[in-house]
Design a binder for this molecule. Structure first.
Ligand code: ADP
Length: 221
């Protein structure tokens, strides 16, 4: 799901998450209207964003006056105050905003947000926690997990694969893992092909189910 680059986007709650979303959208050329009930947050972002307003977003009348019904997409970055997050999301849904992205701090919060009209719920802290744990556990250099149990990891090429082409090492048929690309030190990233030779020190970008990726990286598959 994406938005037309010319349509303005509403970001409510300019805490750490909301600020980061708003700054990135601004960098990508979107017009962003930022809203926060805290004057300091508004002041901090006022120079960066197209428009930044101090308002209580739980008040549907206030949102209506801001014309939020005309926005194609809104991001609710309020998390700590779950009541405010829920009321804001509900007001946006009532006002007919087609895409509502809302941040959840836990699973129950996420379920409520979905039920009341959020079209996408994100769990930034839980996701980052998973990522850090996978990287900390040692063998992954980076790790991203998607919905539906699918993951992508960056790892040092396993010893068994070194000195062979990807076709010869039969990684996919033996482990269920697809090697997406290979990065050799000092060389550009290369998309993986049957004839791609793996050398000592290469980094592999691998993808598959979370379980398969974890096993492969741990050398258990
Ligand atoms: P983070 O962890 O990303 O900093 P927080 O939930 O702590 O997220 O912060 C969310 C932001 O939402 C804060 O800047 C806070 O002032 C703002 N906020 C909280 N309640 C409302 C509200 N009713 N209307 C608008 N902004 C709000």
């Amino acid at each position: 799901m994406s938005v037309d680059s010319k349509k303005p986007i509403l970001v409510i709650g300019l805490g750490r998450f909301g600020q980061s979303v708003a700054r990135s959208l601004d960098r990508m050329g979107h017009e962003v209207l930022g809203v926060d009930s805290n004057a300091e947050c508004v002041q901090l972002m006022a120079e960066t964003l197209t428009q930044c307003l101090e308002a209580d977003a739980t008040d549907k009348g206030v949102l209506e006056r801001l014309g939020v019904g005309d926005f194609e997409a809104a991001v609710v970055g309020i998390g700590t105050d779950i009541e405010a997050s829920v009321l804001t999301t509900l007001a946006l849904a009532d006002l007919g905003v087609p895409q509502i992205w809302a941040k959840a701090v836990n699973e129950n919060h996420g379920r409520i947000l979905e039920r009341i009209g959020a079209t996408s719920v994100v769990f930034p802290e839980a996701r980052m926690g998973e990522r850090v744990a996978h990287i900390l556990s040692g063998k992954m250099i980076d790790y991203i997990e998607f919905d539906d149990d699918f993951a992508i990891a960056k790892m040092v090429a396993p010893k068994d694969a070194v000195g062979q082409t990807l076709g010869q090492s039969r990684i996919r048929s033996m482990t269920g893992i697809t090697v997406v690309g290979v990065k050799r030190p000092t060389k550009d990233f290369e998309y993986a092909q049957e004839h791609t030779q793996v050398e000592l020190g290469d980094l592999l970008i691998v993808s598959g189910t979370r379980e398969n990726v974890e096993k492969f990286v741990a050398g258990e598959s």
